[in-house]
Design a protein around this ligand. Structure first.
Ligand SMILES: [Fe+2]
Ligand SMILES: [Fe+2]
Length: 325
């Protein structure tokens, strides 16, 4: 559906393609006539867009909103970087496009990740946990889950990021069980890993291009609380779900951030809760660090200071060469 990616556009190219709207402003030419200044883009980048026709400018300024998806027809020129001169700009319904084509998106193959996710889920055989997971992951929910972000910034902050992160946490938990399994309830740990960030589906606006936090997410305690509420509701739908198992699973969700200053309601108080916390931290930190190194474009061997990590990261010479080749 999306045929011309921003990264492939060059001066002189005639454009006829879908774009997301990232910014909208009105400008004035030297002669005083109004024109529309847009920032349009897709998951590969953004470029400036200009509407010079004053009637179309007025019309679009009234009707376009940030995050809209449009079909633009026009031509690419060069003016302080690439710019598209827009002849027509038509809004389309978001359900007609794949939103992850228009915002940062996982590099991984979602179909492959989903297959692996379902393989790992199928290995949970404890009956109440199995019923719970089957009740939650119906095809519609799985579709929403697989397109969702895990954050607005920091780690796995892109479409498909929630599935990617969850799968990593499940896989780390599986490894922990393999190495130190005797004391661990494997099915409980894997179920906790699967559901630990489920509340992120509602913490972030999964339909917008910049994954803003929702009012629900901001007012009701973020994904830890939203996930806990969802889990309790789903547990109540499973006949005879053992109370002690429910309590332990709920504890995994409430404690997975490890420390109260990091958003945990409780510190982890069981072997499975400690294991889940470290698996979660491992996935989040490695993603944060590797994305910082990957996106570095400077000539030094060090990235800029990252406030959240509290450090710069070393970029080895051979990695820089690889990136520039
Ligand atoms: Fe979390
Ligand atoms: Fe997480």
């Amino acid at each position: 559906m999306k045929s011309q990616w921003v990264r492939t556009l060059r001066t002189g190219v005639e454009v006829s393609s879908y774009f997301g709207i990232f910014n909208i402003n009105i400008g004035k030419t030297k002669s005083g006539s109004k024109f529309l200044k847009l920032l349009v883009g897709d998951r590969t980048g953004t470029l400036e867009g200009r509407v010079w026709d004053s009637a179309l400018t007025e019309d679009l300024y009234q009707t376009l909103s940030l995050g809209d998806i449009v079909i633009i027809r026009g031509s690419v020129t060069e003016f302080n970087g690439l710019q598209v001169n827009i002849d027509t700009c038509t809004k389309v319904e978001k359900d007609q496009v794949e939103l992850n084509d228009f915002r940062p998106c996982t590099d991984k193959d979602t179909a492959v990740m989903l297959k692996e996710f379902q393989r790992q889920l199928a290995e949970v055989t404890t009956p109440p946990l199995r019923s719970l997971l089957e009740n939650i992951f119906n095809p519609d929910f799985l579709n929403d889950f697989s397109r969702a972000t895990a954050a607005k910034t920091i780690h796995h902050a892109y479409g498909g990021g929630l599935l990617e992160h969850t799968l990593e946490v499940m896989s780390y938990c599986e490894k922990i069980y393999e190495l130190q399994g005797e004391a661990i309830n494997r099915d409980l740990l894997i179920t906790g890993a699967t559901l630990h960030d489920i509340g992120k589906i509602w913490e972030y606006d999964q339909e917008c291009l910049s994954f803003n936090r929702t009012e629900k997410g901001r007012l009701l305690g973020g994904h830890v609380i939203l996930g806990y509420d969802f889990l309790r509701e789903k547990i109540a739908q499973v006949d005879g779900f053992p109370e002690s198992l429910a309590l332990h699973l709920e504890h995994l969700i409430l404690s997975h951030h490890g420390q109260k200053e990091w958003g945990a309601v409780e510190e982890p108080h069981s072997v499975e809760a400690v294991a889940l916390h470290y698996a979660d931290l491992m996935s989040a930190r490695l993603n944060q660090v590797s994305k910082l190194v990957e996106s570095y474009q400077g000539s030094e061997n060090w990235t800029n200071y990252d406030r959240r990590l509290g450090r710069s990261l070393y970029v080895p010479e051979d990695l820089k060469k690889e990136k520039s080749s």
